[in-house]
Design a protein around this ligand. Structure first.
Ligand SMILES: [Zn+2]
Length: 121
């Protein structure tokens, strides 16, 4: 079996020293061989080196305890809110980019979604 290859933006579970908890981190850089070199904590923004011998079990998807309401693009989200996306599953808002754009960390990777959309008449 080949080692798993990662890409920037994927989610990986790691212990954040600053938050003092294991939580989903976003891969910010990978090596040429697709191994994670640096990750970023979406909660505190701390960037840290990723040691591949730590919690790399990508199959051990830890399900976050808090359930989210279904994703609704007309809603306005705040950082830290959970949602249930029909395609991507449970996600947590990590950042509000622009008034209408949010970054959401799902079980597999970070995705950019729209929110606060005014319903078209
Ligand atoms: Zn953190």
């Amino acid at each position: 079996m080949e080692k798993p290859v990662f890409t920037v933006g994927e989610r990986v579970e790691k212990l954040c020293i600053t938050c003092n908890e294991v939580r989903g981190h976003v891969v910010v850089s990978v090596t040429k061989r697709g191994q994670i070199s640096r990750v970023s904590c979406p909660k505190c923004g701390e960037r840290s080196a990723f040691k591949s011998n730590a919690t790399t079990d990508a199959n051990a998807k830890r399900s976050t305890a808090k359930a989210g309401a279904p994703y609704d693009r007309t809603r306005t989200y705040r950082t830290g809110q959970a949602m249930m996306h029909p395609t991507f599953g449970l996600g947590e808002v990590t950042k509000v980019i622009e008034p209408c754009k949010i970054d959401v960390l799902f079980a597999d990777r970070m995705r950019r979604l729209i929110h606060s959309v005014q319903p078209q008449e």
